[in-house]
Structure formats: structure tokens, C-alpha cells
Design a protein around this ligand. Structure first.
Ligand code: FAD
Length: 450
């Protein structure tokens, strides 16, 4: 990746799976990059308070792995060296959805790695730490963003440092990767500027996760399992995936009143009630490690920064601060990594302009919106199919659902279509490739046979 200087200092708020790749992306264009993180960061792959979701299954899609590899060459090997389990997603994952138990397994060229969220984050952190011009400051909680008197530019961050003192740091660019975007909303409000429009989908899901030692007699014909229920039957999802150090992570996901329990007996009973016996049979006698943890996720949201007429210069919301996906589809980290790769490309293009930061935010927002379109749509259609989901249903939802069913049916029979569908689900290709007229005709014919 070629580098050109744009400014003296960039600040990234948050050392999560958005902030760390973003810091690497901007490091080629700023003399110094400071990452401010409120947590104490572990030296190893341990959990930390600021990432409560990190105790739950965190799948990294092939598109996310590739983006991280572009930012940090050799990244996949780093993960494997750290203990991640390599998988071929088409072959090693037993995918169970109504009508297909399992869906045909084929080598789709979708190489991924399975590991815990702390392992992937610590691997990224180690790569970021190799950059001389990136400094991560721990125990620094950013309180607000400071704007110029005319409100046109965000110029500094105010934060409480590790000694509890207030500090203000000026920056040419501030990337807000706090995971919530409240600092961006705060500064827009203080400047009397409009907030971006927000699309929300009230999915109201509950996660329960347990970790097990992989038993000696574990099935050898799969490495991971994903079980989907029909939306009209509650839409439960369950996933079992390998983790570093010979463990399985099992996450049960229920919607609305279906809340997977946090005690062992209840957890096992819930697993036993899944549509197929695969996961329950695998874990019922397995040794459980630690407590079962739960997490409530009320709604996915997407903030349309691209629709704002104006936005302060020097500020970029990033990762979950722009779009928080329903985690059941395993997209958030991968999209954040792809946004970081995109940010590098946009900075590269703008670096040659007389005022590189002037049009940066609108350009980034427009391209990030395109990038987000596919993962958002892939999750929104099945989510909105559930009768209790809250959100604006598109007029063609029934058609979209029929198309999805026809597409899966065709993919089950045709290896090339299966591969294409896998590439879209893994964010390697946009969903527009599924709109190819010949393919649409075949899918519709398949849907009509139902
Ligand atoms: C239950 C659950 C399961 C998920 N499963 C998956 C999955 O399978 N695959 C996947 O790709 N994604 C998954 N996700 C989504 C994924 O966790 C996020 O998309 C991803 O972490 C987004 O990165 P981020 O940097 O925007 O936010 P985060 O990774 O949440 O990082 C935000 C960081 O900012 C810090 N911070 C916050 N406020 C401040 C402040 N004021 N000052 C300084 N630091 C601050 C936090 O401590 C944290 O380190 C899941 C999410 C949930 C809730």
C-alpha cells in the first residue's frame, strides 16, 4: 500500500474491531495516529469489559478475512499460528435450514478461520502495535468532540486520561469507532446540525453462549454447525463453532419471547428443542467450561450519513457507529474491516488533492453505504419475515422471500450457483450479482415449482 502524507495527527476513538483496522488504514497518511481506548487492554487473548459481546460466537466471514489480509499481509497465517481453526465454509460447516438438513456440502473456495473474538482482536492489535506511528493509549475515555467556532470542522477530542485528568488533543482527522456513535451524535447536536436518518429493525433477540471441550468422540464429518428454524416457527438460530485450544463455542439465539436460558439444564433443554438434534447430540455429554453468558440485542440500525447535506470536516464515524447489524449473520467485524480497506482507498485518492480532508467524509459515506447495502439486505429480508420484527417492510418482501427460497433450492442443485451465493453471503461479491437476468429466470422457475 502506497503512502502519502495528509496531516500531522489522526485520532481513533476505540480499539475494537473497527478502530484497530481504521488506525492501520489512516497510518499511511498521517505522521502520528493515536488510538484512545477506555479499557485496559489485555496482553493476551482475554475478554475485556468494553466488549461484552466478545464472549459470544464471532464469525469472521471470508470477505472480512480477505480485507484484514489486505490491510495486514499474512494475517490469516497469524490467526492460525495463534490457534485459530481453518475451515472451508462450504464443506466443513454443516448448514441446516428448513428443507435441507444439511444443505449440500461442497468446496466453495471460502476459506475462513474460527476463533474467539478476543483471539482475533488480540491478533489485530499485535499487528497494529508493529506500526511505529500508531500509539494505543489505554484507560482513556473520550468525553466529547470539540469543533471549530464556526462549527465546520471537528478539531479535537476531550478525554479523561489514565490518571483521571482531563486532556484535550487536537487532530486533523478523528475516526469515531466507539461502537455506538454517541460522540458523533453529541457533536452534531451541540452544533445544531441534523442527525443522520436512521433505519432500525427491531429484531429483539437473546443470545446464550456456552463453551465446551471438544469430546474425543466428536463427529468427524463437520467442524461447525449452523441450524436455522423457519421464521414462522420462532426463527431460532443455533451455532456451534470450534475455538482455539480444542474448544467448541455454542450460541443459541432466540427471538422475542423465545429466550434461551442461562443455566445448564435450561440451555441443554433449549438445544434439545432445536429443529434438528445435531447440536444437542454433540454437546449433551461434553464438558462445559465456565458459565453460560447471555446478551440481549434489541435492534439493528443503520445511520444514513450519506444522506446528510453537510457534515463537519475532520470527523468520520466508523464500524458499528455507522451500522449495527443483527449479529446472528456474523457480519459486523467483516464490514468494519472492509470499511477500513475502503478508507485507505479513499484517503489514497484524496491525498493528491489540494485539500484532502475537504471531501473525505461525503466520499467515504457514499462508498461505505454501497458496501453496507449487501450485508444489510441479506439480514433484513429474513429478519423482516418474522411477524414480530418491528420495522418498515418493503412492498416486495414476499417476492424477496420467494426469491431467496428459489435461490437456495437452485444452489442446492447447482454447484456454481451455490458458490456464487456463498460468495455473496461471505461479502466477497455484492448482492447485485444475484440479479443477473439468466440467474433470475432460473431462480424464478425454481420458486414457481414450490
Ligand atoms: C452478541 C453479538 C455477537 C456478534 N457476533 C458477531 C459475529 O459473529 N461476527 C461479526 O463479524 N460480528 C459480530 N458482532 C458484531 C461485532 O461485535 C461488531 O460489529 C464489531 O465489534 C464492531 O466494531 P467497532 O469497533 O465498531 O465496535 P467495538 O468492537 O464494540 O469497539 C468499540 C471500542 O470502543 C471503546 N470505546 C467506547 N466508548 C469509548 C470512549 N468514549 N472512549 C474510548 N473508547 C471507547 C470500547 O471499549 C471498544 O473497545 C456481534 C455483536 C454482538 C452484540
Amino acid at each position: 500500500m502506497k503512502s502519502t502524507s495528509i496531516g500531522r495527527q489522526a485520532v481513533v476513538v476505540g480499539a475494537g474491531m473497527g478502530g484497530l483496522p481504521a488506525a492501520r488504514a489512516v497510518a499511511d497518511f498521517f505522521e502520528r495516529v493515536l488510538v484512545l481506548e477506555r479499557d485496559t487492554l489485555p496482553l493476551d487473548a482475554s475478554h475485556r469489559i468494553g466488549i461484552p459481546q466478545g464472549r459470544h460466537t464471532h464469525a469472521l466471514l471470508a470477505g472480512g478475512l480477505r480485507a484484514l489480509g489486505d490491510l495486514f499481509p499474512g494475517f490469516e497465517q497469524d490467526l492460525v499460528d495463534a490457534g485459530a481453526v481453518p475451515l472451508e465454509a462450504g464443506r466443513d460447516l454443516r448448514f441446516e435450514r428448513p428443507g435441507y438438513d444439511p444443505f449440500p456440502r461442497r468446496d466453495l473456495g471460502l476459506g475462513v478461520c474460527a476463533m474467539s473474538r478476543p483471539l482475533i482482536e488480540s491478533t489485530v492489535r499485535q499487528r497494529v502495535n508493529r506500526y511505529d506511528n500508531i500509539v494505543i493509549r489505554e484507560r482513556c475515555r473520550v468525553q466529547d468532540l470539540v469543533a471549530s467556532p464556526d462549527g465546520g470542522t471537528v478539531t479535537a477530542v476531550r478525554f479523561e486520561n489514565s490518571e483521571g485528568r482531563s486532556e484535550t488533543l487536537s487532530a486533523d482527522l478523528i475516526v469515531e469507532a466507539s461502537g455506538r456513535g454517541y460522540l458523533v451524535n453529541g457533536v452534531l447536536e451541540s452544533l445544531g446540525r441534523p442527525r443522520p436518518e436512521e433505519t432500525t429493525i427491531g429484531v429483539d433477540i437473546t443470545y446464550a453462549t456456552a463453551i465446551f471441550t471438544i469430546p474425543d468422540d466428536a463427529p468427524s464429518d463437520w467442524k461447525a454447525v449452523l441450524t436455522f428454524d423457519a421464521p414462522e416457527k420462532g426463527g431460532a438460530v443455533a451455532v456451534l463453532a470450534p475455538l482455539e485450544r480444542n474448544r467448541w463455542i455454542v450460541t443459541l439465539i432466540g427471538r422475542h419471547d423465545e429466550k434461551p436460558p442461562g443455566d445448564r439444564d435450561g440451555f441443554l433443554a433449549y438445544a434439545q428443542g432445536l429443529r434438528t438434534p445435531t447440536i444437542y447430540s454433540a454437546i449433551r455429554k461434553a464438558e462445559q467450561l465456565g458459565e453460560i453468558v447471555r446478551f440481549g440485542f434489541p435492534a439493528s440500525f443503520r445511520r444514513h450519513f450519506d444522506r446528510l447535506e453537510a457534515f463537519p470536516r475532520g470527523l468520520l464515524p466508523f464500524g458499528d457507529s455507522i451500522c449495527r447489524f443483527n449479529p446472528a449473520y456474523g457480519q459486523g467485524m467483516s464490514v468494519a474491516a472492509q470499511e477500513a480497506r475502503l478508507l485507505h482507498e479513499v484517503l489514497q485518492r484524496h491525498a493528491v488533492e489540494p485539500e484532502p480532508l475537504a471531501g473525505l467524509a461525503p466520499a467515504f459515506f457514499a462508498e461505505a453505504a454501497t458496501l453496507i447495502e449487501t450485508p444489510w439486505a441479506m439480514a433484513a429480508v429474513p429478519d423482516l419475515a418474522h411477524p414480530k420484527t418491528e420495522g418498515q417492510r418493503p412492498e416486495d418482501l414476499d417476492q424477496a422471500l420467494e426469491f431467496t427460497e428459489g435461490l437456495f433450492r437452485l444452489a442446492s442443485q447447482d454447484a456454481a450457483v451455490h458458490k456464487l451465493l456463498g460468495e455473496v453471503l461471505h461479502l466477497l461479491k455484492p448482492q447485485s450479482v444475484l440479479r443477473d437476468p439468466d440467474l433470475v429466470e432460473r431462480v424464478e422457475a425454481m420458486a414457481a415449482q414450490a
